[in-house]
Design a protein around this ligand. Structure first.
Ligand SMILES: [Zn+2]
Ligand SMILES: [Zn+2]
Length: 205
């Protein structure tokens, strides 16, 4: 089962996958920790992994709080890991006027590959918004981070972003989405959508 937990203010949306393992995706910023924790506790008392679609502060800023609360390791693409671990300029925390507190335990997403596969989660590397951005397939759902929104696409002008890569990533996602029978697009911000997100994206890329 997948639950969409709407981001508050400029926070990213969070997603909770409750299966044999429980996965929290993109917990957002520290300021909304208590609200999100309450939302999560409606569905689960344990979290096995926290996954970040990318290292931006509005997605990963409260990793450390959820890690402490639920004793769960953080997983992120290998190209994002050093930025999250050091709060480099790639996290854009300064755009939010904050410092990012890195979580203590961060692993590359590859290291949990077999655990994620076991519950049917598939990771797709989708650079363009940031170099190590990922999208996540679970059943008929595609979680797209800031690569693709229901009515637009993510910025490609931030550190490690690339419009060319963003275009390629969205094209790749579209192919995979049709092949795998994806019905739901769950973006990093805004409302959930369907495959019309891909035709909407063409207006921007
Ligand atoms: Zn975002
Ligand atoms: Zn972002």
């Amino acid at each position: 089962m997948i639950y969409k937990l709407n981001g508050r203010g400029y926070d990213s949306n969070s997603y909770l996958i409750v299966d044999k393992k429980v996965i929290l995706i993109d917990p957002g910023t520290p300021g909304t920790f208590e609200f999100l924790k309450k939302d999560i506790l409606k569905y689960t008392y344990k979290i096995d992994y926290i996954i970040n679609t990318h290292c931006h502060f509005d997605h990963a800023g409260s990793d450390y709080l959820f890690q402490d609360e639920f004793n769960a390791p953080v997983l992120i693409h290998e190209l994002e890991l050093p930025h999250l671990a050091e709060d480099s300029n790639v996290t854009v925390s300064k755009l939010f006027g904050m410092d990012l507190v890195p979580p203590k335990e961060i692993f590359t997403i590859k290291e949990a590959d077999s655990d994620l596969k076991e519950i049917g989660i598939e990771i797709i590397h989708t650079p363009g918004h940031t170099a190590g951005g990922i999208s996540i397939i679970y059943k008929d759902s595609l979680i797209t981070g800031d690569t693709l929104f229901s009515y637009g696409v993510g910025r490609s002008d931030l550190p490690t972003g690339s419009l060319i890569e963003l275009r390629e990533s969205i094209n790749l996602l579209e192919k995979i989405a049709y092949k795998k029978g994806i019905l739901k697009i769950y973006p990093g911000h805004g409302e959930a959508g369907d495959l019309s997100a891909f035709s909407n994206a063409m207006l921007f890329i």
